[in-house]
Design a protein around this ligand. Sequence first.
Ligand code: 4AD
Ligand code: MG
Length: 434
Amino acid sequence: MNAPWVYISSVGQYTGQTVCIKGWLYNKRSSGKIHFLQLRDGTGFIQGVMAKNEVDEATFSAADRITQESSLMVTGLVREDKRAPSGYELSLVSLEPVQHTTDYPITPKEHGTAFLMENRHLWLRSSKQRALHRLRNMAEKAVVDFFFDNNFIRTDTPILTATAAEGTSNLFATQYYDLGTAYLAQTGQLYLEAAIFSHGLVYNFGPTFRAEKSKTRRHLSEFWMVEAEEAYYDNDDNIALQERLVQYMIGRCLEGCREELKVLERDTAKLEEAVNAPFARTTYDDAVNLLQGMGNPIQMGDDIGGDEETAISRHFGKPVFVMNYPKKIKAFYMKEDPQNPERVKCADLIASEGYGEIIGGSQREEDYDKLLERMQQFDIPVEPYRWYVDLRKYGSVPHSGFGLGIERTVSWIAGISHVREAVLFPRMLYRIYP
Ligand code: 4AD
Ligand code: MG
């Protein structure tokens, strides 16, 4: 019999027909007379039912012997079943093992995170991890669609760079031929700034590296960042764009990943709100006053850390832009606030529900002399950045941009507690295996 090979996601089109499914055994329950096989093929899950009195003895005993996570091909009759999560079931007529698995280390019982991290290559098969990475897929698709639909040009920036842009304390360095030290990109921003003179609106999307010697649930050593850069945008235009992007991403995930969010047991009420209502806006100064009022020891001029972000986000109960930080604690390229030269025209977007900063952005200093002055204040040598300061000589314009961390954003939308699960194989202070 030559049953057509179909994916579980499309079995609905084959009701009443016999089809072949190629995949893995997720789980199995058996009574003496009937096997219930939970099958997975990448596109979804389906239950295959095999009754002893409907197949020959060899087929029934093959199903008896098949173990969790064995690969297999089955054929069966597609039946509609209102009680099944997928809406369909298979009445199995044959089963052919592809590779028989013994002693699969991850069993349905609870495992500790350390064990699961060590077995990350297998953990990825579990239903929550699967849902999470499908959600990430949707979030990334939303990013690309959003920028494409809004006339942004994707211009992917280099990974190997000659200079730092976000401070020198967290650089990964490598020897670059005979040309000295190169660094893995902490950001592509400076290169995007060059690209706006060609395209006006640009973005990149790629891996970003920071030697973060802190162990927090928000930091990875390798993460993915989406960065946009916009000619003729001021800080307010920049913030408005970020708000639209984040709302669009959440909206697409809510709409396209209902099943995944259910598997993740995500209470989506706050996300639904976030899509429909404007985010809050506050200034650094107001945020510090607010924190001090709550009894937080923060002083004017201090950076806002993770715990403070959580307190701010709890206070507003929705995503909040914190604007105009002190010049001293932000990067050299940020534009001074003309109203207050101690502050810069920037904003961090703090997600709701304690998820912390997901976006950092600012208006950029477009004036040649002012930029040189800022670099001097930060002790940054001009020579390696010659090309960057050049941009302020040839048709310089006001411009702004931002970077959104994908893992932090996906963690928030998914409602998971640590960014390490939002990336396929996390790289952290104490982990580069697997
Ligand atoms: O705030 P950051 O450092 O901003 C920049 O790099 C700018 N050059 C972006 C730009 O304007 N083009 O980083 C941006 C975002 C953060 O808000 C956070 O979401 C994420 O990148 N991020 C990290 N995510 C995971 N692990 C880390 N170690 C991260 N560091 C930053
Ligand atoms: Mg930041």
